[in-house]
Write a protein of this length. Structure first.
Length: 390
C-alpha cells in the first residue's frame, strides 16, 4: 500500500515536471514571439523616423528612444567613426561617461567581437562587481551587449546596450537584436547621405543665397510641411553676355541686385536658392501654380525694368560698340550714344537683365530633384520669353 502511494506520488511529480517544462517552453516561445512582433514594430518605427523631416541628430535620437522603450533597455549608445575619430551619435548615458563609451574599440574585452563581427555579452555576478570596460561608472551598468557595426565589410563603429542588473540579458533573443543592428547600419548609411548633402551646402558669395543642396536637406523640412508646392526656376539669360561684353564685376552686381530684390519680395516659408550659374530656384511652399504664375509675371517685369549701373571694371571706351551690337545688354542712360564723347565726359551706363521663367507643381514624397531638372532642361532649351507652366 505504501509502495503504491510512493509510486503514485512519483508519477504525479513527474507529470508536474513535464507540465512545468511544457509551460516553461510555451512561455519562452511566447517571449520570443513577442520579441519578434516587437522587432517588426521597431523596424516600422525606424522607417517612419527616416521619413520624417528632421535633422540627422533628431533622427538618431528618435531611433535610440525607440530601442530603449520597445526593448526596456536601460542604456543604449551608438558610436561611429567619422573619418577622424570615434564619435557618439546618440546615447542616453550621462555625458560624463561618454569618453569611456566612445573608446570601447580599444578595450581588449571587445577585440574579438570586432574582428569576428559577432556580438559580445558581458555581465557581473553580483552588485559589488563592475564590468571590465567601466572606469568611474561603478554602479551604473551591470551587463552589456556589444554589437560591432559594419558597412560592406568595413568596421564603422558599434552599438552597445547596457542593463542595470546582473545577467539581465541572459534570455534576450540576440538574433532579433542582430536584425535590429543591421537596420541601424542601414539607417546610419541613410543619414550619412543626408549628412553629406547638408555639409556641402554653401552660401553663395554674390547672391547671399544657399546653394542648390539646401533644397534636399534643411529646405526640404519646410517644403514637406505641405502636400503640394509650386516650384520655379528662372534664368538670367543675358548674364553670360554681361560678364564677357561688359565686365565680370557688373555680372556679379546683377546677380546681387536681382537676388536681393527677389528675396525681399518672398514670404519666409518660400525657399530661394542659387541653383547653378545664372539659374535660381524658388519653392513656393504650399502655393498653387496659378498664383505663382501671376506673382512671377510681376516679378519678371520688375527685374527687366531694372537699370543696374556698370561696375568699376567697365571700360567706357566700349560704350559705342556694345550699345550698337547688344541693345538688350547695355544702354547709355543719357541717350548720348550717337554723340561724340569728349575725353573727360562722364556718362551713366547701365545694364538691363532679362530672365526666362518656368513653373511646375511639386508633390510631397516625389523627387524634388527630378522635378527641378525637368524645369532646368526646359529653361536651357527654350527661347520663349513668356512664363511657362509645365
Amino acid at each position: 500500500m505504501v509502495l503504491a502511494i510512493i509510486i503514485l506520488l512519483v508519477i504525479i511529480v513527474m507529470v508536474l515536471m513535464i507540465y512545468n517544462y511544457s509551460v516553461h517552453k510555451k512561455i519562452d516561445t511566447f517571449s520570443n514571439l513577442n520579441q519578434r512582433v516587437t522587432s517588426l514594430n521597431v523596424l516600422q518605427e525606424f522607417m517612419n523616423t527616416l521619413g520624417e523631416t528632421s535633422s540627422i541628430k533628431e533622427k538618431l535620437e528618435s531611433i535610440n528612444d525607440i530601442l530603449i522603450n520597445k526593448y526596456s533597455i536601460k542604456y543604449s549608445t551608438i558610436v561611429v567613426f567619422d573619418g577622424a575619430e570615434y564619435v557618439i551619435r546618440t546615447s542616453n548615458v550621462d555625458k560624463k561617461h561618454w569618453e569611456t563609451l566612445r573608446n570601447l574599440q580599444n578595450d581588449p574585452v571587445f577585440g574579438d567581437s570586432i574582428k569576428t563581427a559577432t556580438p559580445k555579452y558581458v555581465t557581473v555576478d553580483n552588485e559589488n562587481e563592475k564590468l571590465p570596460y567601466q572606469k568611474m561608472e561603478f554602479g551604473r551598468a551591470k551587463c552589456a551587449i556589444f554589437f560591432p557595426l559594419y558597412v560592406d565589410n568595413v568596421y564603422i563603429g558599434y552599438w552597445i546596450i547596457e542593463g542595470s542588473m546582473p545577467h539581465e540579458f541572459d534570455k534576450i533573443d540576440t538574433t532579433i537584436l542582430e536584425v535590429v543592428r543591421n537596420n541601424i547600419v542601414t539607417i546610419l548609411k541613410t543619414v550619412e547621405n543626408q549628412s553629406t548633402i547638408e555639409n556641402i551646402v554653401r552660401d553663395d558669395l554674390y547672391s547671399g543665397l544657399k546653394s542648390e543642396e539646401y533644397l534636399y536637406g534643411e529646405g526640404k523640412k519646410i517644403i514637406d510641411g505641405y502636400t503640394t508646392s509650386a516650384i520655379c526656376i528662372f534664368k538670367i539669360v543675358n548674364l553670360p553676355n554681361i560678364n564677357t561684353e561688359v565686365s565680370r564685376k557688373t555680372g556679379d552686381k546683377v546677380v546681387t541686385e536681382i537676388s536681393n530684390f527677389v528675396k525681399n519680395n518672398l514670404a519666409k516659408e518660400y525657399v530661394f536658392v542659387r541653383y547653378m550659374g545664372p539659374k535660381f530656384a524658388i519653392v513656393f511652399s504650399g502655393a498653387d501654380v496659378q498664383g505663382v504664375n501671376n506673382f512671377m509675371q510681376g516679378l519678371k517685369r520688375s527685374i527687366e525694368n531694372m537699370q543696374i549701373p556698370v561696375a568699376e571694371d567697365y571700360k567706357k571706351e566700349k560704350d559705342m560698340q556694345i550699345v550698337q551690337n547688344g541693345p538688350n545688354i547695355i544702354q547709355n542712360v543719357n541717350n548720348n550714344v550717337n554723340a561724340p564723347m569728349a575725353d573727360n565726359e562722364e556718362i551713366d551706363v547701365v545694364v538691363n537683365p532679362k530672365i526666362r521663367v518656368a513653373i511646375s507643381t511639386y508633390y510631397k514624397g516625389t523627387s524634388l530633384d527630378g522635378a527641378l531638372k525637368k524645369l532646368e532642361e526646359y529653361i536651357d532649351l527654350s527661347n520663349d520669353n513668356t512664363i511657362n507652366t509645365l
